[in-house]
Design a protein around this ligand. Sequence first.
Ligand code: SF4
Length: 303
Amino acid sequence: MDIAFENRKLEKRLCRLVGQAIDDYRMIEDGDRVMVCLSGGKDSYGLLDILMRLQRRAPARFELIAVNLDQRQPGFPADVLPNYLRTLGVPFHIETQDTYSIVKKVIPEGKTMCSLCSRLRRGILYRVARELGATKIALGHHRDDILQTLLLNMFFGAKLKGMPPKLVSDNGEHVVIRPLAYVPEKDLIRWAEVRQFPIIPCNLCGSQQHLQRKQVGDLLREWDKRYPGRIDNMLRALQNVVPSHLMDRGLYDFAAVRATDRPEAEGDLAFDDEPLAMPDAHDATGEAPMAARRIVALTPQDA
Ligand code: SF4
């Protein structure tokens, strides 16, 4: 196997998927100043790296500014990110706020600290975005994060709800984007190895990974291995919602359903099993499906 060739293919795939998500959801537009939140983990390093590549090639002109919040966790290597960012030549800002001590003081020993910690972090990052004049805040959540959240919300929250690719912040002030929404985590793991990102461990706070999220993550990884394509189809399902075939009365007016006395393309085959569309990576003509054929304004084409 030619490693350099495989790496180039991976780079092109990452750029294509990120460019496609940006294009599909109009995440970045001409003149945007995008604040990229960097934690020191593989996902946010990958996000910044791919956005910088797209910035060089994209017709849209946008600025990037990398931001890290140093939460004063014990053992946090404060010089790693600034050193790395200086070598990239990207504008950056390190915000230092000791949220670790606050969380430790407020949350009793043994209880999970994540919800207060994230709330504090969010508030600080929104303030920093305002001070920096950022028009968008980019986060490093990827395809697998979105699907994990979907399943967790179904299993434990009784809601059909994932993680949006683009949303308004809870204080209404900012637009938050997730340009890695189409990217599989395994590609980011591989890219972090290729690029040798100086990864900062994510367990410095001493908090354990959420057990249920880990279990759902393991489940998705297992499916991906045993049934290639299933995870991608799950993501595509989030883009192909049929409200009349779900049960949310707020989304579809079931009370108004009447016979129309004419054939209905979307009518239910009430007495038959629903035929399963089995989209393949390629259709009968040998071409990629329509969605994959879209011309992506921001994206270089694969070789
Ligand atoms: S894992 Fe640690 S740093 Fe991350 S949200 Fe939880 S408490 Fe905060």
